[in-house]
Write a protein that binds this ligand. Structure first.
Ligand code: ADP
Length: 335
């Protein structure tokens, strides 16, 4: 039985186990109820068909002529009661099993979905890690075997491996953050220094691509977590720089409504097609356009992580783009 259960999927075996527990509980109650009913029934029969009172005539069962008729009646009634109780219990068993199975499936459905999402995440993550690791391994092995290799020829290989290692570090950091269950501590955050920090951090990358970052965020406060806001801005700025042409501009601005503060990151890149705008926040999703997939390094985790962090701060992240000239990402946080 145990081995058979192992062959079923985790979800199916858990459903069967839970069904088993439900049925066991139901049958225990049903049998207990039947025993009590049997006791009451037989005692009522005995009471109703009590021994003959003085003056009453004892009648005998015509079948054998020796068994008193009342005892015969008690026996028949008891038999009928037992049959009814057995039928009742079989009905409870069959009906209860079906209802319990459906109930168990329903109970376990959210767990099944969470489990499936987790295994999909793990396999996608492993897939993302495997390809660059395999490329790096081959490259290093080939060069290690090359007897004529010199420091000069090996240097570019090492540099490319180092670049790959740094990408893998970003990837593993993002995976760890996505897997973590820790909720950020929320408080009132001064946005200006956080934005300045995030911009300063990304300037070397912007300089490599000769991109200017125009930060226009003035003093303002929002409810959130400084570290998370800086991480979100880091992701948005990183994308704005990655997907924009060289020598373009990235703008960081803010605005406010009655209850919220908005931070906007706008670039002059290719923009994001309308149809893709809902999907880019999904894990591992990358827009299937050669300009973003082949030329720009990434794993499709940045925006899903950004959205998760913004939602943990009770905020919202949206994108606006006509799909041609630039994209504007807006992070909205409560005041
Ligand atoms: P990654 O950048 O690692 O691919 P993200 O989750 O950060 O992953 O982004 C998902 C996809 O959204 C990117 O692959 C890219 O196609 C698109 N995208 C994100 N930001 C921009 C942007 N500023 N301009 C154009 N496309 C973008």
């Amino acid at each position: 039985m145990h081995q058979k259960l192992e062959k079923l999927s985790l979800f199916e075996s858990a459903t069967l186990r839970l069904t088993g527990w439900y049925v066991l509980l139901l049958m225990t109650l049903s049998i207990l109820f039947s025993v009590v009913l049997y006791q009451i029934g037989t005692s009522e029969f005995n009471h109703a068909l009590a021994p003959v009172h003085p003056g009453e005539v004892e009648l005998f069962y015509p079948g054998d002529g020796t068994t008193p008729l009342r005892l015969q009646r008690i026996g028949e009634s008891t038999n009928r009661l037992v049959v009814s109780l057995v039928v009742f219990n079989i009905t409870v068993l069959v009906g209860g099993t079906i209802v319990s199975y459906l109930l168990a499936r329903r109970t376990l459905q959210p767990i099944k979905e969470a489990h499936e999402a987790q295994s999909r995440f793990a396999s996608d993550a492993a897939h993302e890690l495997r390809t660059p690791l395999a490329v790096m391994q081959t490259e290093l092995e080939v060069n290690l075997r090359d007897k004529k290799a010199t420091a000069r020829t090996l240097r570019p290989i090492l540099a490319s491996s180092l670049e790959e290692v740094s990408r893998l570090r970003t990837l593993t950091n993002r995976l760890l953050l996505l897997a973590s269950q820790q909720e950020p501590v929320i408080g009132l955050v001064e946005l200006e220094p956080v934005v300045v920090d995030a911009v300063t951090h990304i300037i070397p990358l912007a300089q490599q691509r000769q991109i200017t970052i125009d930060n226009q965020v003035g003093p303002s406060r929002a409810k959130g977590n400084a570290e998370s806001i800086a991480d979100v801005l880091g992701i948005l700025l990183d994308n704005a720089i990655k997907y924009s042409p060289k020598r373009s501009k990235v703008f960081v601005t803010s605005s406010e409504t009655a209850h919220d503060i908005q931070l906007h990151v706008r670039d002059e890149g290719p923009g994001i097609p309308k149809l893709e705008q809902g999907k880019i926040f999904e894990r591992f999703y990358r827009v299937d356009v050669s300009r973003s997939k082949d030329d720009v390094a990434g794993h499709g985790l940045g925006l899903s992580l950004a959205r998760r962090m913004v939602e943990e701060m009770n905020g919202k992240i949206t994108v606006r783009s006509d799909g041609q000239s630039g994209a504007t990402f807006t992070v909205s946080l409560p005041k």
